[in-house]
Design a protein around this ligand. Sequence first.
Ligand code: PEP
Ligand code: MN
Length: 341
Amino acid sequence: MIIVMQANVQAEQIAAVISKVESMGCETHLSSGESRTIIGVIGDSQPGPAEQFEMMPGVEKVLHVLHRFKLSSRDMHPTDTVVTVGGTHIGAGEPVIIAGPCSVESRSQLIETAHAVQEAGASILRGGAFKPRTSPYSFQGLGQAGLELLAEAGEATGLPIVTEALAPDQVPIVTEYADMIQVGARNMQNFPLLRAAGQSGFPVLLKRGMMSTYEEWLMAADYILSQNNPQVVLCERGIRGFETSTRFSTDINAVPAIQEMSHLPILIDPSHSTGKWQYVHAVARAGIAAGADGLIVEVHPKPEEALSDGAQSLKPEQFARLVQQVKALAGKTTLSEMGVL
Ligand code: PEP
Ligand code: MN
């Protein structure tokens, strides 16, 4: 942290800042220029909230040198993290495809989808049993019955399962049936849920909040990592802009930006970010071409009958085509590898 003092600062104001920093267990490095005095804060301990210094007489502003997120940052962990779910490694080079319905609706719907996505090349099965619906009148998911069906589908296909927990008290039951806990966009800053997911020791799929910055997202990841759980996968699922003809806007920038800032794997969700099945292939390819570690895609045998997110769900044969496209693109992240240079 760097504390920049005002131009007309008085000596006793500088002394007061230094003694506050020292009282917090940190050291100071003073730099007195012609017009400005700058106080560098050095030390491993937290110097306390920046606001406390900003409010002190004679202080102009406080700058952060290191990121506010720590455990998820590359400064802390320069090499890429690989997260293992069942036998699938996310972040190990090969794009991983997670697929399945938005919601678990029935045994036949789930088992049919699970077999179809497994045969097409998905390596993890998704499906919501507890659904975070904007309207309390919309289908809320089958709850425990949905989890039982997910476990059965996992058993039948050999695919590991990812499913969402909406609240800390759902974490134990979700981990009884699933291999990975999803924390949804609407819960990215549900701090008790992040801590509970961290404490479970299970891999966590952390979706980006629709209005969240990269910094907020990575600080949310730090809540999980700080519980001694290193297994966090990030997922860009679209952010809210001003466009209304698509559901959200896919922030492809997140792929290279997060890969620079963080060691955690990042997936793209082209289903929620577009809201339209017609756009899913193109945006999925964009994510893979940008270097994402994989995709999470919604698939439904009869999208027109889906109880949630039918408009953005691919039919199994459309999903199979997507897998072929991803395989053709995978690893070809430079223009010459793509044959266009
Ligand atoms: C989902 O995956 O079905 C879902 C609700 O996603 P999000 O939290 O990104 O909206
Ligand atoms: Mn959905």
